[in-house]
Design a protein around this ligand. Structure first.
Ligand SMILES: [Zn+2]
Length: 286
């Protein structure tokens, strides 16, 4: 167990977890070199292009481009997506932004880290945690501290199933169950759902909307963990098109051992590229 880990998962906990993409095509050199790669989701690939209600595959919402000078006020510097009319939630892969910012999202929650909390406080780092209900309930005090440190907690279901393989009633129960638990813990309803494995279809979008969560948030980039989580030597950043990170991208990570080091690595790359970390929920309207 990592030295700073609050507490490891229960013996049964890890069995339902994961959800990480299993296969990444990467190219690059060195731990701190520039890594680029292609997102090659094994479990999620089919689902990522199988979004009905539209017949065509889901696309990123907007062309992302940087702007030379930041606008004068915060209010005018943030695009907020308009909520969908229903009955389907809106799938989002990246965001239109005016500033050179990206968004860090961290899934599951089995290995909370005190060092990550310290990093958030020191760097004013607004992280988004997509938590499983089971993982969240193992460390409720930690997650309250996470919110106080500037983090926000969003819905990743109760037990991490492949939602597209469930009947509608069970999809709804998975999404609603964790939404209720988040509200009980934090006092706030979640605004965003990340379906495990990125697997969604029309039924998932409909259940999410019915559960009061108007956005289903996927990703365009990740810091993929290896077989030993983030503890291995080779860290890299994988982007969907193999190019360096661009403003508006949503980055996937996991609450795995070594997350602190992986975040430090990611922040060093962002700093080098002149990118900052934005607060994801600020870009959505309920
Ligand atoms: Zn997951």
């Amino acid at each position: 167990m990592q030295a700073d880990a609050v507490k490891g998962p229960s013996s049964s906990g890890r069995q339902t977890t994961d959800g990480r993409p299993r296969r990444w095509a990467l190219a690059g050199t060195g731990r701190f070199g520039t890594w680029t790669g292609l997102l090659a989701l094994s479990a999620g690939a089919a689902f990522l292009t199988s979004c009905a209600p539209a017949a065509s595959p889901p696309r990123p919402l907007a062309t992302v481009r940087s702007v030379a000078a930041p606008p004068p006020s915060v209010a005018s510097s943030v695009y907020r997506l308009a909520p969908p009319a229903g009955p389907f939630s809106r799938a989002v892969y990246s965001l239109p932004v005016r500033r050179r910012e990206v968004f860090i999202t961290i899934d599951d929650g089995w290995y909370p880290s005190r060092r990550v909390l310290g990093l958030m406080r020191r760097r004013h780092l607004p992280l988004t945690a997509f938590l499983l209900e089971r993982a969240m309930q193992e460390h409720p005090r930690y997650w309250k501290a996470f919110v106080v440190a500037g983090g926000n907690i969003q819905d990743h279901t109760v037990t991490h199933p492949v939602l597209t393989r469930l009947p509608y009633s069970q999809i709804l129960a998975q999404v609603k169950g964790q939404a209720a638990a988040i509200r009980t813990l934090t006092g706030r309803r979640p605004l965003l759902l990340r379906p495990p494995y990125g697997a969604y279809d029309a039924a998932v979008l409909r259940a999410s909307y019915a559960a009061g969560i108007p956005y289903v948030v996927l990703w365009t980039a990740s810091v993929p963990p290896g077989p030993d989580g983030y503890r291995g030597e080779r860290l890299g950043i994988a982007t969907r098109d193999g190019k360096p990170l661009r403003p508006g991208e949503i980055i996937l990570m996991h609450w795995d051992p070594g997350l602190y080091g992986a975040l430090r690595y990611l922040l060093s790359v962002l700093h080098r590229d002149g990118l900052t970390v934005g607060n994801l929920p600020d870009h959505f309207t309920r």
